[in-house]
Design a binder for this molecule. Structure first.
Ligand SMILES: NC(=O)c1ccc[n+]([C@@H]2O[C@H](COP(=O)([O-])OP(=O)(O)OC[C@H]3O[C@@H](n4cnc5c(N)ncnc54)[C@H](OP(=O)(O)O)[C@@H]3O)[C@@H](O)[C@H]2O)c1
Length: 133
């Protein structure tokens, strides 16, 4: 899980960076999950916290940390790096039990990929709000 969700993202990002540095408005959007939020899952009132296991969720927590690290490292270049939660979406991942469609899930990541120069970097959000790390 960490190989794919964390080290894979680092490898792909580092491989793409020479091209991204040449692009006029390069953006990196990492697909994270609210499941990786330590703040949300430390809250005893969060009814979904039982899903915070030892593998998937911590891999997304680490992905969030990697997102912030790249955002800080690339700040001076204008390359914006953000993490998003696509929401509970009907895909293979959850045996199509998710409540949202793939089309809905894609909306917010695409909007972050199209940020203009004044857009944020180093954030973690879903379509509705900023999420706590
Ligand atoms: N679905 C949700 O409710 C939900 C919620 C929060 C976050 N997310 C995140 O959204 C992202 C997309 O997930 P999804 O819901 O679309 O799940 P999915 O339908 O299971 O798709 C996962 C994709 O990752 C690919 N993949 C898995 N391991 C890989 C590896 N080692 N190397 C290269 N590709 C690999 C799979 O390729 P193959 O098809 O070739 O196996 C598949 O295309 C994931 O990061 C997931 O954590 C999903």
């Amino acid at each position: 899980m960490f190989e794919t969700n964390v080290f894979g993202v680092i490898a792909v990002t580092q491989t793409m960076l020479p091209l991204l540095r040449k692009a006029p408005a390069a953006r990196i959007v990492n697909i994270s999950s609210g499941a990786g939020s330590l703040t949300l899952n430390a809250d005893p009132n969060n009814t979904h916290r039982e899903m915070f296991g030892a593998v998937y969720s911590p891999s997304k927590t680490a992905l969030n940390a990697i997102t912030l690290a790249f955002a800080i490292e690339l700040e001076s270049t204008g390359i914006k790096v953000n993490a998003v939660c696509p929401g509970f979406t009907a895909t293979d991942l959850n045996i199509f039990e998710g409540t949202g469609t793939v089309q809905q899930a894609a909306r917010h990541p695409v909007s972050l990929a199209l940020l203009d120069e004044s857009g944020p970097t180093g954030t973690f959000s879903n379509e509705r709000r900023q999420l706590p790390w």
